[in-house]
Ligand binder design. Structure first.
Ligand SMILES: [Fe+2]
Length: 385
């Protein structure tokens, strides 16, 4: 998020003695890119560094497989084994990954442990359900269709209000808004497909919890650790700055349409390290009488293309087995396009109700063993039917 926000009590001047409720608060700068990127200042009741133990969590390493022999995939998330008392963090099933990003699916109904992803920002798309992202910055309620952006190293947990399905993009680096949407001061320009009014930050009240010996699961490049804090990290009486979790509904993304087919960059929503995220939302189709309203065949020469079909009808892939909850992977080296017959069928259509999230990665993605288990073996040949 690129605008200033202030919650709770903060001292008038930065880096000055701040007495709160009779004791001196502990100031923490949470800053990106050294001390030069977006940052926030948080004021804790207790030291955020006070650990009492460091533990190794029980975890099963993910087994990754290169996409060899090269093939497109249709991952049927509905076929993943039913989770047992799953939560939005430990219940994640990593499906696709490379050195820049891990893409996971999770179905969950219980609250998560406290969690801190030190590898980069996370973008969580809520496919279904209702939850509250609780963090050192406060509570942020989210629901079906929301993107939730969680800055790297934010200590947080998920409270689940109604069973959720989530599509989790864990980047190794920062996820930002596309530069071309922003003016020199970081304001979203006229013509961008969403505006600051569509972005929601944490509640205006601090979230305070009084507990001792509190474990936090920390994800790093090399694995996971558990840091047991002397006191609960949710002890921030005030904070201000430009860095904090935020949410935006995919339904607030305003589609850009044209007389003839518009290419995927008009759908771009986020830019990350060697990746982009795009939103395909209900919209009017191209309005030239001869317009072909489904995408032309395309060779994505420099990117792996991952589409998660969230809701609606997917005319371009009708008959391929793709449906809500499906994830397709179309790698470079394979030309993909509309399902046979869909170009002709599209002529009389005036609008699409499709809702999908696309991730293009600029380096090849590997598949987890679980992804391969739910990959439709017939999908690579679905264009031949
Ligand atoms: Fe494509």
């Amino acid at each position: 998020m690129t605008h200033y926000r202030r919650v709770g009590d903060v001292p008038r001047k930065r880096h000055t003695l701040f007495r709160h409720d009779g004791s001196v608060a502990f100031e923490e700068l949470m800053g990106t890119e050294g001390f030069s990127g977006p940052s926030s200042l948080l004021y804790h009741r207790r030291s955020p560094s006070a650990l009492v133990r460091i533990e190794e969590p029980a975890s099963v390493p993910v087994c990754w497989h290169e996409n060899q022999p090269l093939r497109p995939h249709h991952l049927r998330t509905g076929d993943l084994p039913a989770p047992v008392a799953s939560d939005p963090v430990t219940g994640r099933r990593p499906l696709l990954g490379n050195d820049d990003v891990e893409i996971a699916w999770v179905a969950a109904e219980t609250a998560s442990p406290l969690y801190r992803d030190a590898t980069g920002d996370e973008v969580v798309y809520v496919q279904d359900g209702a939850a509250v992202l609780e963090s050192v910055f406060g509570a942020l309620p989210v629901g079906t269709g929301d993107y939730v952006v969680i800055p790297a190293s934010t200590t947080h947990r998920w409270r689940v209000d109604a069973p959720v399905e989530m599509y989790v993009i864990s980047a190794r680096g920062h996820v930002r808004l596309p530069e071309r949407y922003l003016n020199a001061l970081g304001q979203l320009k006229e013509g961008a497909p969403f505006s600051e009014r569509d972005q929601r930050g944490p509640d205006p009240e601090p979230l305070l919890v009084d507990e001792e010996d509190v474990p936090v699961l920390v994800r790093t490049r090399d694995g996971r650790s558990v840091h047991v804090h002397a006191t609960h990290p949710f002890d921030v009486v005030g904070w201000d700055g430009y860095l904090y979790p935020w949410a935006m509904s995919i339904h607030d993304f305003e589609p850009i349409v044209g007389r003839i087919h518009q290419p995927p960059p008009v759908h771009q929503t986020f830019a990350g390290p060697n990746l982009v995220v795009c939103s395909f939302v209900p919209r009017l189709y191209d309005f030239d009488p001869d317009a072909v309203k489904v995408p032309y065949h395309h060779a994505n020469v420099d990117s792996d293309e991952v589409l998660m079909y969230s809701a609606g009808n997917f005319m371009s892939r009708a008959g391929s087995g793709i449906g809500p909850g499906s994830i397709s992977l179309h790698p470079p080296g394979f030309v993909h396009g509309p399902q046979p017959g869909s170009r002709e069928r599209s002529v009389d259509e005036t609008r699409t109700e499709e809702l999908a999230v696309m991730i293009d990665t600029f380096r090849p993605l590997a598949l987890s063993a679980e992804a391969l288990q739910v990959s439709d073996p017939a999908y690579p040949f679905s264009w031949s039917r």
